[in-house]
Design a protein around this ligand. Structure first.
Ligand code: ADP
Ligand code: MG
Length: 272
């Protein structure tokens, strides 16, 4: 079967949009699972105190479990906090516990408060895992946790829901990304926009899709994720859509989106 290309160096994608409910977590876990299906080692870093990515990957995240919180405090390495998922030996997750809820405030007074996740991700410890892709699942805010994610990544992936007000708030997100580029991470780029929860029965979904493509051009993936009940059911079973119903439209669309990301990443690399 066709294998996806392995990136020359580890790709770190921050999945960000300060709006809640746009498909950040769903996209982070399902894209990661899709790449894992293709044999690529993938890590999801759950950076939302809600711990939804940890739930979806069925990874322990009770308070006290070694998690991204202890990683930010420098108490444990990222590799030590990473748990392998049941779904695939290629799919890891660094969980978020409720302890992370305090981190946004606790980080304020800490040294290197913006670069703590980056330091954890660039340490030798992560090399032990041999990870090809990292997806950082951000909380629905532009606070210090999201800044840490943007500093730690080369790429931002923005999920946009095909709904009213889809573009509202994006200006603020983009100007925050620019600030991070200017002051903290020159390498950062918005590499990928993914349209989610597309409902083909509505005219509105097509209008939003067109508007986003006109505005952002090439970075918008050709693949659009359909609205599907199965996609929303899967986390309730501690599964990604790829495990819950591998033949479903939702699973196939995340496989297609993952393939696009893997293939264009390598292309972008060749251009440089
Ligand atoms: P965010 O992380 O941005 O807050 P989520 O990924 O948690 O967003 O998605 C918000 C809600 O929408 C969740 O209940 C999720 O199950 C549901 N959802 C996400 N993608 C889809 C989809 N393609 N079809 C149907 N429901 C979806
Ligand atoms: Mg989420």
């Amino acid at each position: 079967s066709y294998q996806l290309p392995k990136p020359d160096r580890r790709r770190v994608l921050t999945v960000a949009n300060q709006k809640g409910g746009v498909g950040k977590t769903t996209s982070a876990v399902n894209l990661a699972a899709a790449l894992a299906v293709h044999g690529l080692k993938t890590l999801v870093v759950d950076l939302d105190p809600q711990g939804n990515a940890s739930t979806a990957l069925n990874v322990e995240h009770r308070s006290g479990t070694p998690s991204v919180y202890e990683v930010l405090l420098g108490e444990v390495t990222l590799a030590d906090a990473a748990a392998v998922s049941e779904q695939s030996p290629n799919l890891y997750c660094v969980p978020a516990t409720i302890d992370l809820a305090g981190a946004e405030i606790e980080l304020v007074s800490m040294a290197n408060r913006e670069t703590r996740l980056k330091e954890a991700l660039t340490s030798d410890a992560i090399d032990q895992l041999g990870v090809d892709y990292v997806f950082i699942d951000c909380p629905p805010s532009l606070g210090l946790l999201t800044v840490n994610a943007m500093v730690a990544a080369q790429e931002v992936l923005i999920p946009i829901q095909c709904e009213y007000y889809a573009l509202e708030g994006l200006g603020q997100l983009l100007s925050n990304i620019e600030l991070v580029q200017q002051h903290l991470n020159r390498e950062l780029a918005v590499s990928t926009i993914l349209l989610t929860m597309y409902d083909g029965r509505t005219k509105l979904a097509d209008q939003v899709t067109q508007e986003v493509r006109n505005h952002f051009g090439e970075v918008v993936l050709r693949t659009v994720i359909p609205r599907s009940v199965k996609v929303s059911e899967a986390p309730g079973y501690g599964q990604t859509i790829l495990a819950y119903d591998p033949g479903s439209r939702g699973a196939l669309s995340y496989l297609d989106a993952a393939r696009e990301i893997a293939e264009r990443g390598v292309k972008n690399g060749e251009k440089q």
